[in-house]
Every structure is written in C-alpha cells, then in structure tokens.
Design a protein around this ligand. Structure first.
Ligand code: FES
Length: 114
C-alpha cells in the first residue's frame, strides 16, 4: 500500500483520513471539511483535494464519475463495478497481491448512488 502523507498542512489531515471521510459518504470539499477536518485553503488542500475527491481507484486510474456511471447503469455489487470499470481489481505494487483498498469506497458509492 502506498505510504500515507499529510494533505492538509494547516490542520495536519492525512490522505487516509480524507479517504475514510469519502468512505463515510463525503463527496464534496465542504463535506470533507466537515468529516475530515481539512481547511480547504492551504497549499496541500488546493493542490490535492480535487484530485482525491474525483478518484476512486488509484491502481486502475478509475474516476468517481466512472464508478457512479457504472452504478447508475446497474452495477449493484463491488464485483460488477470492477467488471465494468476495472476499479478494485488492481495489484499492489509492493506485495504483488490483490489491492482492493478502494473497495469500501466503491461499496459506499453503490450504497449512496453517488
Ligand atoms: S486502489 Fe483500487 S485496486 Fe488498488
């Protein structure tokens, strides 16, 4: 798994905390401010928040929009979203094993439909 790092320099909020907020349903900057405590104003937030919020699967470079579209097209399980988009089917570069760390977020997108 890729190393964690601080994204919001002002409030010392790291990448994993932001992803956990997304798994809990945050999709907008305002929601990540509320759920993760980012400031949305420091250089780290300005440079990276939008990219984090619009990406679901880093391994397969699958966007939030692509996953939402797959769900709207009828993919109602993580496996079906993976078949349609590739999200969740990556291999961890370090271990060589199935990654799947984006699967909780995919499930949340299925649950919320967004
Ligand atoms: S981040 Fe999606 S499979 Fe690794």
């Amino acid at each position: 798994m890729a190393g964690n790092r601080i994204i919001c320099a002002k409030n010392k909020v790291d990448y994993i905390t932001i992803r956990k907020a997304m798994i809990a349903g945050a999709r907008t900057v305002e929601e990540v401010v509320e759920k993760a405590g980012v400031c949305a104003e420091c250089e780290g937030c300005k440079a990276e928040l939008e990219g984090i919020l619009t990406s679901v699967c880093g391994c397969k470079k699958v966007s939030l929009e692509a996953v939402v579209n797959a769900v709207k097209a009828g993919s109602d399980t993580v496996e079906k979203v993976g078949e349609m988009t590739g999200a969740g089917t990556g291999i961890d570069e370090v271990t060589g094993e199935a990654c799947g760390r984006c699967k909780p977020l995919i499930q949340n997108i299925i649950d919320l439909g967004r």
